[in-house]
Design a protein around this ligand. Structure first.
Ligand code: SF4
Ligand code: SF4
Length: 312
C-alpha cells in the first residue's frame, strides 16, 4: 500500500515548495514514484477542487484516510490575539487544521526555518511560531510533549529555504522506514550534524586568517563580511545547491538561515565585533585560545594565500 503525504502551507513564502520542485535526477515526480508515496494534497501540484479538498481533510481527521507524512511549510500564525485568523482555510484558522491533522499523522515534518522555529514572523504582530519550537526553545505550537503516531517529535528541516537534498532525503527516509537520528533541535544528524564551514573551499584562508573586507575576492568571509559558516548547521557545502555550487563558493557569506534566531536583527554582511574581534566565534571554540592561535596563524600565512593564488 502506498504511503501518503499531505502538505500544509501556513505562513510562509512557498520557498520550500520551490526547493522541492528543484530536485533533479531524480526530480520530485520521479522520486515520489520510486518511493510509492502518494501526495494526497499539495497546494501547488494538486488539481482537486475546494470541496474535494475539504472532504479529504475530513476523512483524514476522521481516521478514514491514513496519513503517513504531514509536511508543514511556513510558520504557524497565531495572530491577531491568539485567534489565528490572519491565516485561514475555509473559515478555520490553519493552526486548528494543523492540530487536527498532526494528531493523525505518523510523522510531522517542519519544512524550512519558519515552520521549524518561527522564522521571519516570530515575535511580530502575526504572532508566528514554529510547529514545535519557538526560536531555540522547545514548545512552539504543538507543545513540548507532542509526539506523532509514529512515536517521534516534529522533525525540523530548517533552511530558508530547506535544502533540496534534505527534503528529498528526509521524505525518502520516512517513506522507506529508515530511522532519522535527531539533534537536540530535532534536526536530522545526517544533514545538520555538520557546519556550513565544513567543506567550504575557503577553509585554508580561514585557518590562516586571510580575510576579505569586500566582495568578489578569494579569502575567508568570517571576520568582516558576516559569514555564519562556522556558526550554522547544514549541508550546503557537502551537498551543493542544484548540485552545482553554494553561497560561500560563489563569494556570498552564509547568513545562517538554518539557525533558530534567523533572520538576525543586524545586517547580514557585517561581522559584529569589538575592536576588530568578532562577537560570535566559531561554535565551541575557546575565545582566548582562538584569538591567540589566529594571531599566530595570520603571521604564518603562506605567500600563495596572501597573494590569493589558491583557486576557489
Ligand atoms: S567563508 Fe565562511 S564557511 Fe567559508 S571558510 Fe570562511 S567562515 Fe568558513
Ligand atoms: S549557506 Fe548559509 S545562508 Fe546559504 S542556504 Fe546554507 S545555511 Fe542558509
Amino acid at each position: 500500500m502506498p504511503k501518503t503525504l499531505y502538505w500544509l502551507q501556513c505562513g510562509g513564502c512557498g520557498g520550500d515548495t520551490m526547493s522541492a520542485l528543484s530536485a533533479e535526477t531524480p526530480d520530485l515526480v520521479e522520486t515520489l514514484g520510486h518511493l510509492d508515496l502518494e501526495v494526497l494534497w499539495h497546494p501547488s501540484i494538486s488539481v482537486g477542487g475546494h470541496l474535494e479538498h475539504r472532504r479529504l481533510i475530513e476523512s483524514i481527521v476522521n481516521g478514514k484516510q491514513r496519513l503517513d507524512i504531514l509536511c508543514v511549510e511556513g510558520a504557524v500564525i497565531r495572530g491577531p490575539g491568539g485567534t489565528g485568523m490572519y491565516d485561514k482555510f475555509a473559515g478555520e484558522p490553519k493552526k486548528n487544521l494543523l492540530a487536527r491533522l498532526a494528531r493523525q499523522a505518523q510523522f510531522v515534518v517542519a519544512m524550512g526555518t519558519c515552520a521549524s522555529f518561527g522564522g521571519i514572523g516570530a515575535d511580530s504582530e502575526v504572532e508566528a511560531t514554529g510547529v514545535q519550537f519557538h526560536r531555540a526553545e522547545k514548545g512552539g505550537f504543538l507543545g513540548t510533549t507532542f509526539v506523532s503516531q509514529g512515536g517521534t517529535p516534529v522533525i525540523n528541516l530548517p533552511g530558508c529555504p530547506c535544502h533540496t537534498e534534505v527534503i528529498v532525503g528526509a521524505l525518502t527516509a520516512l517513506a522507506t522506514g529508515e530511522a532519522l537520528e535527531l539533534t537536540g533541535q530535532q534536526t536530522p544528524v545526517e544533514w545538520y550534524g555538520l557546519l556550513i564551514h565544513q567543506g567550504c573551499v575557503r577553509n585554508e584562508y580561514h585557518e590562516y586568517r586571510v580575510e576579505e573586507s569586500d566582495f568578489g575576492k578569494k579569502g575567508c568571509l568570517f571576520f568582516h563580511l558576516g559569514c555564519h559558516g562556522p556558526l550554522a548547521h547544514g549541508p550546503c557545502n557537502k551537498f551543493l545547491w542544484g548540485r552545482r555550487s553554494s553561497k560561500t563558493r560563489v563569494g556570498v557569506p552564509c547568513f545562517g538561515c538554518t539557525r533558530p534566531d534567523f533572520p538576525q536583527p543586524h545586517p547580514f554582511f557585517y561581522t559584529r565585533n569589538i575592536a576588530d574581534i568578532p562577537l560570535e566565534l566559531p561554535e565551541g571554540v575557546d575565545r582566548a585560545h582562538y584569538l591567540a592561535y589566529k594571531g599566530m596563524a595570520a603571521a604564518a600565512a603562506p605567500k600563495r594565500l596572501q597573494k590569493r593564488e589558491t583557486r576557489v
